[in-house]
Write a protein that binds this ligand. Structure first.
Ligand SMILES: Nc1ncnc2c1ncn2[C@@H]1O[C@H](COP(=O)(O)OP(=O)(O)OP(=O)(O)O)[C@@H](O)[C@H]1O
Ligand SMILES: [Mg+2]
Length: 209
């Protein structure tokens, strides 16, 4: 499993690595969800692409999973699905938030380094969550109390060095509808190559507030 840069601060004390404070990591017959084995990084990006291509603006994607589980890879695919060049997407580990301007605006946030709710507030997390911007949040389980009631949760876990498991669940009616569409689309495209769209100008980094 890849390790975080040594300059990273020690782990925050809030939240968990596996997202157990959010939804339970299993599909139940009565609740729609998507469970899939992602056989490579490009397959993780492909799932992200499916999710991104179905976003209409303002959705919140809570990404949960341990170090190197593939959260940033998934966001790279989400960005591609929003017509943001995937190569412009990098981990917002030190900047904390990146903004991208695709078909609809996307903000990519990493809460790993944050220790307190006040720090989360200082990066403008609440402002981003006003419903006008797609917000993809790595380490979302650090601050579950900050998450809106309506959100898509993606839990990623290591299986082997090159495979990951993904569990996608929805909280709230808007995300449930989105999940239904994702499940349908994933069944169709999971074994087909992602078609790359023409590159657009790279996203810009958001100022740290
Ligand atoms: N099936 C897979 N899906 C995603 N990444 C994979 C997969 N197999 C191997 N990898 C590798 O695992 C790493 C995932 O890195 P990534 O930055 O996406 O993880 P992360 O969850 O964002 O980690 P962090 O918590 O440090 O931000 C990459 O080096 C990638 O090449
Ligand atoms: Mg990451």
């Amino acid at each position: 499993m890849p390790s975080r840069p040594s300059s990273r601060p020690s782990r925050p004390t809030t939240g968990t690595d596996q997202g157990t404070r959010l939804s339970k990591a299993s599909c139940r017959p009565s609740v729609e969800c998507l469970e899939s084995i992602l056989s490579s990084r490009s397959q993780t990006e492909r799932l992200g692409h499916v999710i991104g291509s179905l976003l209409t603006g303002g959705e919140v994607l809570a990404l949960i999973g341990s170090l190197g589980a593939g959260k940033t890879a998934l966001v790279r695919g989400i960005a591609a699905g929003l017509d943001v060049p995937p190569e412009s997407v990098s981990s917002p580990t030190f900047v904390l938030a990146h903004e991208y301007h695709g078909r609809v605006p996307l903000v990519h946030i990493d809460l790993y380094r944050l220790r307190t709710g006040a720090e989360a507030e200082s990066i403008g997390l609440n402002d981003y969550l006003d419903g006008s911007i797609v917000v993809a949040i790595e380490w979302a389980d650090r601050f579950p109390e900050w998450l809106p009631a309506d959100r898509l949760e993606v839990q990623l876990a290591h299986r082997t060095p090159t495979t990951r498991s993904a569990l996608v669940t929805a909280q709230g009616s808007r995300s449930s509808l989105l999940l239904t569409r994702i499940v349908r689309a994933w069944q169709v495209v999971r074994h087909t190559p992602v078609s790359r769209k023409p590159a657009r100008p790279a996203g810009r980094k958001a100022p740290v507030r």
